[in-house]
Design a protein around this ligand. Sequence first.
Ligand code: ADP
Ligand code: GN1
Ligand code: MG
Length: 357
Amino acid sequence: MNEEFSALLRRFRLQGTAVSCERYGQGHINQTYLVVTDAGARYILQRINEHVFPDVDGLMENIVRVTAFLRERSDDPRAAMRVVPAEDGGSWLRTQGGCFRMYDFVEDTVCLQQPESDRDFYESAVGFGSFQSRLQDFPAATLHETIPDFHNTPDRYRQLREAVARDACGRASGVQAEIDFALSLEREMAVLQTMRTQGELPLRVTHNDTKLNNVLLDAHTRKAVCVIDLDTVMPGLSMYDFGDSIRFGAATAAEDARDLDAMTIDLGRYETFTRGFLASCRGLTSAELDCMPLGAKTMTMECGVRFLTDYLDGDRYFAVHREGQNLDRCRTQFRLVREMTRKWDDMRRIAEQARSV
Ligand code: ADP
Ligand code: GN1
Ligand code: MG
């Protein structure tokens, strides 16, 4: 561990003295490290991505308040993350190397990149569904909007158009087919946002980034333990959370797979998640329930549009580990949208059946 990290770690109130600090996890946004101390305690250190989250004070205030709220409503100490205070009692620190925060490592859990069984995926649905349910009484208006218009799909299209016009890296002509495909579905993909602005769908406190690797399952029982990655907890639509989970966890290929023919939606997984979400997230309106398939498709398309925009801009937002990775990610999402269209009647039928149970 270099001296810069040792000095940083000494400034958090840890149990014992840090003896190691290594890169950890597979997030696309923050830099995450696993910290171990000589007392055997483990922590998650994160360098907050200030390019994505410029208002670090507002971001951390949200997280401290949401985790405190959740902690009060559960007997399990692992049910909500704990922010480890810095030397001055604050929730984060600024150094020359950036902004850092620390969490207790949630022990005896697993973090999956894809479900290992239907049961795992069901439990992730229970994790995210009950997260949203538990936050129903949280005063939504007091949350900072950490990324304005985060799931405003028409605005994501606007950003795509701007990136095409800028063509900062000369990549646009090579991806005309992808641009055309995105634009061909623009109207359908605006429906959720229109319903939101017209008040047809209620605003709730949502997580907004419900990838499977943002929920931890108990290593032994495989029950959902703790929802993590709370940077985007903001007022939103229930179907953002439902849809983003389907996008990632009911897909048959990895987000950055190159073999597009391996990519489709696993309808068995889709059904499993739908059941888990409906069982744990009570009180959804019939308009929300009607939008389940559309939520899945819209979140998938929106994510593809964001990957394409970032590819055109030169990979400045999502971390990439190889050339073309954001384009590969865009292509898997677009293939998944096509597959959802092909299986649309089944997706609707399954959602209908699940809600009538
Ligand atoms: P990003 O915003 O970059 O996705 P995350 O907050 O999701 O960052 O963290 C990245 C990874 O670190 C997670 O997928 C998970 O594996 C791990 N992780 C994060 N917080 C914790 C925690 N409190 N306990 C255990 N593992 C964690
Ligand atoms: C990012 O932070 P992470 O890796 O869990 C992104 C999500 C995308 C996702 C795609 C703040 O999630 O919106 O859906 O990548 N988070 C942010 O994998 O932009
Ligand atoms: Mg994450």
